[in-house]
Design a protein around this ligand. Structure first.
Ligand code: TYD
Length: 204
Protein backbone atom coordinates (compact mmCIF):
# COMPACT_ATOMS: atom_id res chain seq x y z
CA UNK A 1 0.00 0.00 0.00
CA UNK A 2 1.24 3.49 -0.81
CA UNK A 3 0.28 5.49 2.24
CA UNK A 4 0.23 9.16 1.38
CA UNK A 5 -2.00 10.39 4.16
CA UNK A 6 -1.54 10.90 7.88
CA UNK A 7 -3.15 8.65 10.44
CA UNK A 8 -3.95 10.13 13.87
CA UNK A 9 -5.68 8.25 16.67
CA UNK A 10 -7.50 9.72 19.64
CA UNK A 11 -7.82 7.57 22.76
CA UNK A 12 -9.43 8.11 26.15
CA UNK A 13 -11.84 6.85 28.77
CA UNK A 14 -15.58 6.64 28.16
CA UNK A 15 -17.01 10.11 28.75
CA UNK A 16 -13.63 11.82 28.34
CA UNK A 17 -14.99 14.08 25.61
CA UNK A 18 -12.88 12.30 23.00
CA UNK A 19 -15.65 12.11 20.38
CA UNK A 20 -16.48 15.82 20.69
CA UNK A 21 -12.78 16.69 20.59
CA UNK A 22 -12.20 14.47 17.55
CA UNK A 23 -14.96 16.40 15.72
CA UNK A 24 -13.54 19.81 16.69
CA UNK A 25 -10.03 18.70 15.71
CA UNK A 26 -11.21 17.37 12.34
CA UNK A 27 -13.05 20.60 11.65
CA UNK A 28 -10.02 22.76 12.49
CA UNK A 29 -7.61 20.60 10.50
CA UNK A 30 -9.96 20.57 7.52
CA UNK A 31 -8.94 24.19 6.91
CA UNK A 32 -5.48 22.97 5.87
CA UNK A 33 -5.92 19.24 5.15
CA UNK A 34 -8.43 16.99 3.48
CA UNK A 35 -9.60 15.20 6.63
CA UNK A 36 -11.51 12.00 7.25
CA UNK A 37 -13.07 11.38 10.66
CA UNK A 38 -13.88 7.84 11.68
CA UNK A 39 -14.25 5.69 14.82
CA UNK A 40 -13.98 2.22 16.31
CA UNK A 41 -15.98 0.11 16.86
CA UNK A 42 -16.58 0.90 13.18
CA UNK A 43 -19.86 1.14 11.30
CA UNK A 44 -19.06 -2.11 9.48
CA UNK A 45 -20.69 -5.50 10.08
CA UNK A 46 -18.42 -6.53 12.95
CA UNK A 47 -18.41 -3.10 14.59
CA UNK A 48 -22.21 -2.99 14.48
CA UNK A 49 -22.37 -6.46 16.02
CA UNK A 50 -20.00 -5.33 18.80
CA UNK A 51 -22.07 -2.22 19.60
CA UNK A 52 -25.33 -4.15 19.58
CA UNK A 53 -24.24 -7.36 21.23
CA UNK A 54 -21.06 -7.09 23.28
CA UNK A 55 -21.01 -4.00 25.44
CA UNK A 56 -23.67 -4.85 28.02
CA UNK A 57 -23.31 -7.17 30.99
CA UNK A 58 -26.01 -9.66 30.03
CA UNK A 59 -24.44 -10.14 26.60
CA UNK A 60 -20.82 -10.29 27.68
CA UNK A 61 -18.59 -12.71 25.75
CA UNK A 62 -15.36 -14.28 27.04
CA UNK A 63 -12.71 -11.54 27.07
CA UNK A 64 -10.59 -13.35 24.44
CA UNK A 65 -13.58 -13.47 22.06
CA UNK A 66 -14.19 -9.77 22.68
CA UNK A 67 -10.55 -8.94 21.86
CA UNK A 68 -10.75 -11.02 18.67
CA UNK A 69 -13.93 -9.24 17.59
CA UNK A 70 -12.37 -5.79 18.08
CA UNK A 71 -9.30 -6.97 16.13
CA UNK A 72 -11.52 -8.32 13.33
CA UNK A 73 -13.46 -5.04 13.23
CA UNK A 74 -10.14 -3.19 12.96
CA UNK A 75 -9.17 -5.20 9.86
CA UNK A 76 -12.57 -4.63 8.26
CA UNK A 77 -12.35 -0.91 9.11
CA UNK A 78 -8.83 -0.73 7.67
CA UNK A 79 -9.87 -2.29 4.35
CA UNK A 80 -13.13 -0.41 4.01
CA UNK A 81 -12.19 3.06 5.26
CA UNK A 82 -8.69 3.67 6.59
CA UNK A 83 -6.61 2.43 3.64
CA UNK A 84 -8.75 4.08 0.94
CA UNK A 85 -8.70 7.43 2.79
CA UNK A 86 -4.94 7.26 3.42
CA UNK A 87 -4.26 6.24 -0.17
CA UNK A 88 -6.14 9.35 -1.25
CA UNK A 89 -3.71 11.38 0.86
CA UNK A 90 -6.23 12.29 3.55
CA UNK A 91 -5.52 13.13 7.15
CA UNK A 92 -7.44 10.44 9.01
CA UNK A 93 -8.59 10.95 12.60
CA UNK A 94 -9.78 7.78 14.27
CA UNK A 95 -11.74 7.92 17.53
CA UNK A 96 -10.29 4.83 19.31
CA UNK A 97 -7.96 2.21 17.80
CA UNK A 98 -5.44 -0.38 18.99
CA UNK A 99 -4.73 1.22 22.39
CA UNK A 100 -8.43 0.85 23.23
CA UNK A 101 -8.03 -2.91 22.86
CA UNK A 102 -4.86 -2.87 24.95
CA UNK A 103 -6.46 -0.72 27.65
CA UNK A 104 -9.98 -2.21 27.75
CA UNK A 105 -9.40 -5.89 26.96
CA UNK A 106 -5.90 -5.83 28.47
CA UNK A 107 -6.76 -4.29 31.84
CA UNK A 108 -8.06 -7.48 33.36
CA UNK A 109 -5.23 -9.89 32.85
CA UNK A 110 -5.40 -10.62 29.12
CA UNK A 111 -1.84 -10.52 27.78
CA UNK A 112 -0.95 -7.26 26.05
CA UNK A 113 1.45 -9.22 23.82
CA UNK A 114 -1.37 -11.48 22.64
CA UNK A 115 -3.57 -8.46 21.91
CA UNK A 116 -0.71 -6.93 19.90
CA UNK A 117 -0.26 -10.25 18.05
CA UNK A 118 -3.89 -10.50 16.95
CA UNK A 119 -3.68 -6.88 15.80
CA UNK A 120 -0.36 -7.29 14.01
CA UNK A 121 -1.96 -6.82 10.57
CA UNK A 122 -3.58 -3.50 11.54
CA UNK A 123 -2.10 -0.29 10.16
CA UNK A 124 0.23 1.65 12.45
CA UNK A 125 -0.96 5.17 13.23
CA UNK A 126 1.46 8.08 12.79
CA UNK A 127 0.48 9.45 16.23
CA UNK A 128 -1.80 8.29 19.01
CA UNK A 129 -3.03 10.82 21.56
CA UNK A 130 -4.44 9.99 24.99
CA UNK A 131 -6.96 12.56 26.19
CA UNK A 132 -6.51 12.26 29.94
CA UNK A 133 -9.48 12.88 32.24
CA UNK A 134 -9.65 11.43 35.78
CA UNK A 135 -11.95 8.37 36.03
CA UNK A 136 -14.04 10.06 38.77
CA UNK A 137 -14.75 12.98 36.42
CA UNK A 138 -15.75 10.82 33.43
CA UNK A 139 -18.25 8.88 35.52
CA UNK A 140 -19.87 12.15 36.66
CA UNK A 141 -20.28 13.05 33.01
CA UNK A 142 -21.82 9.74 31.93
CA UNK A 143 -25.52 10.13 32.52
CA UNK A 144 -26.73 7.68 29.88
CA UNK A 145 -27.07 3.95 30.53
CA UNK A 146 -23.64 2.71 31.44
CA UNK A 147 -22.03 -0.08 29.43
CA UNK A 148 -20.06 -2.80 31.13
CA UNK A 149 -16.86 -0.77 30.57
CA UNK A 150 -18.13 2.20 32.52
CA UNK A 151 -17.54 1.51 36.20
CA UNK A 152 -15.01 3.43 38.29
CA UNK A 153 -12.94 0.31 38.89
CA UNK A 154 -12.72 -0.52 35.16
CA UNK A 155 -12.00 3.09 34.15
CA UNK A 156 -9.17 3.30 36.68
CA UNK A 157 -7.55 0.14 35.32
CA UNK A 158 -8.08 1.31 31.73
CA UNK A 159 -6.36 4.63 32.54
CA UNK A 160 -3.42 2.80 34.13
CA UNK A 161 -2.82 0.86 30.90
CA UNK A 162 -3.04 4.03 28.82
CA UNK A 163 -0.56 5.77 31.14
CA UNK A 164 1.87 2.85 30.77
CA UNK A 165 1.99 3.58 27.04
CA UNK A 166 2.32 7.31 27.70
CA UNK A 167 5.37 6.52 29.88
CA UNK A 168 6.83 4.41 27.04
CA UNK A 169 6.39 7.31 24.64
CA UNK A 170 3.89 5.41 22.45
CA UNK A 171 0.95 7.62 23.39
CA UNK A 172 1.04 11.39 23.68
CA UNK A 173 -0.87 12.67 26.72
CA UNK A 174 -3.08 15.74 26.41
CA UNK A 175 -4.79 17.09 29.52
CA UNK A 176 -8.53 16.67 28.97
CA UNK A 177 -9.64 17.87 32.40
CA UNK A 178 -10.38 21.45 31.38
CA UNK A 179 -13.13 23.31 29.55
CA UNK A 180 -14.03 22.05 26.08
CA UNK A 181 -12.43 25.07 24.39
CA UNK A 182 -9.18 24.87 26.36
CA UNK A 183 -8.87 21.14 25.68
CA UNK A 184 -9.60 21.72 21.98
CA UNK A 185 -6.86 24.38 21.79
CA UNK A 186 -4.36 22.14 23.61
CA UNK A 187 -5.12 19.18 21.39
CA UNK A 188 -4.91 21.23 18.20
CA UNK A 189 -1.58 22.75 19.25
CA UNK A 190 -0.17 19.30 20.06
CA UNK A 191 -1.32 17.82 16.76
CA UNK A 192 0.11 20.76 14.76
CA UNK A 193 3.42 20.29 16.59
CA UNK A 194 3.43 16.59 15.66
CA UNK A 195 2.53 17.31 12.06
CA UNK A 196 5.35 19.88 11.80
CA UNK A 197 7.76 17.41 13.33
CA UNK A 198 6.66 14.64 10.91
CA UNK A 199 7.11 17.02 7.98
CA UNK A 200 10.64 17.91 9.13
CA UNK A 201 11.49 14.22 9.32
CA UNK A 202 10.01 13.69 5.87
CA UNK A 203 7.27 11.36 7.11
CA UNK A 204 4.41 13.17 5.49
P1 TYD B 1 -17.02 4.52 22.30
O1 TYD B 1 -17.09 4.76 20.86
O2 TYD B 1 -16.09 5.38 23.04
O3 TYD B 1 -18.44 4.61 22.96
P2 TYD B 1 -19.71 5.45 22.53
O4 TYD B 1 -19.83 5.43 21.03
O5 TYD B 1 -20.81 4.71 23.22
O6 TYD B 1 -19.45 6.82 23.07
O7 TYD B 1 -16.62 2.98 22.49
C1 TYD B 1 -17.51 1.97 22.85
C2 TYD B 1 -16.86 1.05 23.83
O8 TYD B 1 -16.01 0.11 23.17
C3 TYD B 1 -16.00 1.73 24.87
O9 TYD B 1 -16.46 1.40 26.15
C4 TYD B 1 -14.62 1.13 24.69
C5 TYD B 1 -14.89 -0.15 23.97
N1 TYD B 1 -13.75 -0.63 23.15
C6 TYD B 1 -13.01 -1.71 23.60
O10 TYD B 1 -13.28 -2.26 24.67
N2 TYD B 1 -11.98 -2.19 22.82
C7 TYD B 1 -11.67 -1.64 21.62
O11 TYD B 1 -10.73 -2.10 20.94
C8 TYD B 1 -12.45 -0.51 21.17
C9 TYD B 1 -12.14 0.13 19.85
C10 TYD B 1 -13.48 -0.03 21.97
Amino acid sequence: MVKNGIFIVLEGLDGSGKTTQAKILAQRLSESYSTYLTAEPSCGKIGTFIRECCLYEQMRLPIEAEALLFAADRIEHMQAELKPALEQGKLVICDRYLYSSLAYQGNSGLSLDWIKTINARALQPDFSVFLDVPPERVLERLRRKKSVMETLEVQRRVREVYLKFVAKGELIRVDGDKSREVVADGLYAKVLEMLRCAKRLGCS
